[in-house]
Design a binder for this molecule. Structure first.
Ligand SMILES: C[S@@+](CC[C@H](N)C(=O)[O-])C[C@H]1O[C@@H](n2cnc3c(N)ncnc32)[C@H](O)[C@@H]1O
Length: 468
């Protein structure tokens, strides 16, 4: 049985008959696959002709790996063979590898071949050709060929081309630091805005906050908010989250906790109606410019669920089954940007990054087992543990965390305990009072939490603008 270290030692003497024998098409497939997969970087002078007979092997994985290894040689002399191989090959993975190998040659002779594959059926083959052709992007014929793909139905191809055309200036900008990124307006720090969030948002400057975590009011499921229709409810949330997008810093996160709700039946002659809020909100959020990152499922113990299958439990007849709902969805989005997460991290000094690291054990899957919480005043709070995970995973110390639907202030409390600032909106005075009461009991913030009316907030922000 061949081992990786044997292969490495044989590579020291690439002319030895070992490779000729080991790569013979008649060798057993297991050895061939292992060898081709573990050849790694090929030594100079490696005889690439040994791979050529394998390009017609019956096993498509062997053909693909043979093409990959030819690609490592970056040698123009294999251009015709690879081009023929790509034309005859039916396996899409092998074809991708052939185009990638042709691209790696950086040969002008490959241009017509690569242009031909811009019309391939497989978007990945097209992307390989695009990537290879971009090397020659100064040539007008390449520009024309790539321009023809700008309206391509595949989103990855369109996005790749769009980000490539953003000129070098924007790439330089990507490397530059934004000194305002880690900061936020003092007037917004540790504020509970007692007002309608729609009004509050109008006052908040662009790119002021680092993270939003919220659980919006339910659709007619509780008595504190009534909307005219489900569509009106979704429109209301969409408008709030569009504004939230505006006030969020570049590349930062928005985490939304919702779950499907049931509107009970009006009589025994009717059925109840279920609304899939997370799924209906998702396309609206991506349209706004929130990029989907993760779908976390918050799961509660079985006894926490309302029993919905009493009837089915008795009669056991198909179609009558109703699952008890023990989960809620925690959808994670990022403000769409060309910048990598790394860019966001680099905006902070080393000390802040170090102090914000999640050192302790943490949940590695998207299934978060957390007990629900209750509050003596508010009927629908989320547990501090849920907010604490979101805050620790998606913000740095000193960041400003926003909750447009503050409720009893869980996000505020968790932000303070994790050395972040908060900005909450809540329209009901009893919940604002509850928030203050909870925060007063845990006072350790350098900026004292305060509740402000809309006018007070407006004048604080105006004062700040005068002082700038
Ligand atoms: C699901 S609760 C949030 C509970 C919160 N996560 C907690 O842990 O306490 C939603 C809150 O949004 C508030 N709310 C609803 N519509 C609002 C609006 N237009 N402006 C501000 N707050 C609003 C409700 O009063 C309610 O307290």
């Amino acid at each position: 049985m061949l081992t990786k270290s044997q292969i490495d030692s044989k590579k020291l003497n690439p002319d030895s008959p070992f490779f000729k024998n080991a790569l013979a098409p008649t060798r057993d497939e297991t050895t061939l696959l292992f060898l081709l997969d573990n050849l790694g970087k090929l030594p100079t002078g490696f005889n690439g002709e040994l791979f050529v007979p394998l390009l017609t092997h019956a096993n498509p994985k062997i053909r693909m790996l043979a093409a990959k290894n030819v690609g490592k040689l970056k040698n123009e002399k294999f251009l015709t063979k690879l081009s023929q191989f790509a034309a005859d090959e039916s396996n899409t993975f092998a074809r991708r590898e052939a185009i990638s190998a042709i691209g790696r040659m950086r040969s002008e002779k490959a241009i017509p071949i690569l242009i031909r594959y811009l019309t391939d059926q497989d978007p990945k083959v097209i992307l390989q050709s695009v990537r290879a052709l971009l090397y020659f992007k100064e040539k007008p014929e390449i520009q024309t060929a790539l321009d023809s793909l700008r309206e391509h139905p595949n989103e990855l191809i369109r996005e790749h081309l769009a980000s490539e055309t953003k000129n070098k200036k924007s790439r330089r900008y990507n490397r530059r630091k934004d000194p305002h990124h880690p900061t936020s307006p003092d007037a917004l720090k540790n504020v509970i805005a007692h007002a309608d969030v729609q009004e509050v948002l109008k006052l908040i400057p662009d790119e002021s906050i680092h993270l939003t975590f919220t659980s919006p009011p339910y659709y007619n499921a509780r008595d504190y908010t009534i909307y005219q229709s489900y569509e009106a409810y979704l429109d209301f949330l969409t408008a709030i989250f569009k504004e939230t997008h505006r006030i969020t810093k570049d590349g930062r996160f928005f985490v939304l906790n919702t779950s499907p709700v049931i509107v009970p039946r009006i009589s025994r002659a009717h059925s109840s109606k279920r609304y899939a809020i997370p799924y209906d909100m998702h396309p609206r959020l991506t349209d706004i410019g929130w990029e989907f990152i993760d779908d976390i499922v918050w799961t509660k113990p079985d006894h926490a669920a309302k029993n919905r299958n009493g009837g089915f439990f008795q009669h056991r007849k198909p179609l009558g089954y109703k699952a008890n709902s023990v989960t809620e969805s925690v959808m994670v989005y990022r403000k769409k940007t060309d910048k990598l997460i790394d860019w966001n991290i680099r905006q902070y000094d080393d000390e802040t990054v170090e102090a914000s690291k999640v050192i302790e054990d943490y949940e590695k899957t998207n299934l978060w087992h957390i007990n629900p919480a209750t509050d003596k005043v508010h009927p629908a709070v989320f547990p501090p543990e849920l907010a604490a995970r979101v805050v620790r995973f998606y913000s740095f110390k000193g960041d400003l965390i926003f909750d447009p639907f503050g409720g009893s202030g869980t996000v505020g409390y968790v932000a303070l305990t994790h050395e972040r600032y908060f900005l909450l909106c809540e329209k009901e005075i009893e919940y604002v009072e509850r928030t203050k009461q909870m925060l007063d009991a845990h006072l350790f913030a350098d900026t004292k939490p305060r509740s402000l009316s809309l006018t007070e907030l407006e004048s604080e922000l105006a004062e700040r603008n005068q002082n700038l």
